[in-house]
Design a protein around this ligand. Sequence first.
Ligand code: 4AD
Ligand code: MG
Length: 476
Amino acid sequence: MMTKTVAQLLKETKLQEVDIKGWVRTFRANRFIALNDGSTINNIQCVVDFENTDEGTLKRITTGAAVHIKGELIESQGKGQSVEIAVGSIEILGDSDPETYPIQPKKHSFEFLRENAHLRTRTSTFSAVMRLRSSLSFAIHKYFNENGFYYMHTPIITGSDAEGAGEMFRLTNLDAKTPPLNEDGEVNYKEDFFGKETNLTVSGQLEAETYAMSLGKVYTFGPTFRAENSNTSRHLSEFWMIEPEVAFMDLAGNMDLAEDFMKSVITYILENNAEDLEFLDQRLFDEEKVKPQAERSEMRLIEKLKFVTENNFKRVSYTEAIDILRNSKPNKKKKFNYIIEEWGADLQSEHERFLVEKHFKCPVILFDYPANIKAFYMRLNEDGKTVRAMDILFPGIGEIVGGSQREERLEVLKEKMAVLDIPEEELWWYLDLRKYGTAVHSGFGLGFERLVMFTTGMGNIRDVIPYPRTPQNAEF
Ligand code: 4AD
Ligand code: MG
């Protein structure tokens, strides 16, 4: 007999013998097991013939226990499901002590579940979130594969700071107490493992550019690391980023690609993860019911996802955005923490969210930012003060994508690096791209966890990655 999953059995109409393994979610009235094996948000009801099951075994059917059940799939006698399993035999594979098992069949706080992250996928919410995470990841690879992109594995250990923000985790195997020093008393990294200073990558972009300039269309999808001390619900120290990079594509093409890509992956989960999404939609709705009206979102989760797939993203220049913000109510009434006074101000998440949630009420692509608040590699515009940058802002999230057209002119790039004190020797290979067959090219980075937050309606980024790394926290 082929072993079937709970997901498969729940769809069966043919009554049959079954052989199934899973974990007990609940055991009610010494008779009804709600069994889950991770294949679906739904449990299958297994009805135990308690008169013919020994007392010892019955006692061991507890929440969290792993069991092996053989029996028959029959039409359900009760409400709430169309089929159930009449248990013929049950074997306890692994006991679970009901006194100490953390995941009791009741509502737990997300904080508590974060402390028990190794067990939290045994709850409906977290199993749904992680199934969606997996599905989104597949949809991303599928999209690029179907659109002629090559998947490139960029290095995790690098010697460069792609974003120039200096938020890197140093990687060394020098002795922490007595590192080798050079004459002026500084640590001598020549004696370090790689013979130079190295760090964990903050972005695979610079290396991806090298491959775009030969393979045409590439993307990376890997972990990135940032030592920024931001303890917010949208920042992780280790997060996954998707970075496509395309030769001969300008900023307008980059926006088109990003929009089509985001819509495509969201459409994929709407079509393939309906049950998990419906559960999360209801969860968010229930959570928001208790909030004051003004804090509730205007749309339910699934509605919001459909809205993104069905509407154009609004494209707005930074300059227009600053005008809107300067004249906005919260700015005039000094409700923002950072008041927007002048062109050139960096946008904070409160401003981004105002634009998306209150003003435009749809995803927004902001472009042409002031050069001095963006990274060194962005293409300078003819005005000499803005760069061809774009950020995509999503409701409830703020910035979800950051990208740009890249500076392809050798001299302009060198000048920019000189101003920012970026040594040419460090990025000689990056400059080579501008010497040999340079061309317009563009790309962007999508923060994967922010996408998972948006699509699952989870409010804290720590709840959409299996084991979050944040300042002062690297448990598990
Ligand atoms: O805007 P960022 O810093 O852009 C880059 O790294 C470029 N090299 C991308 C490119 O053009 N290839 O980061 C891109 C995205 C952000 O929009 C955000 O969604 C996410 O990565 N992100 C983070 N997500 C979680 N935790 C953090 N600390 C993040 N920092 C950035
Ligand atoms: Mg950014």
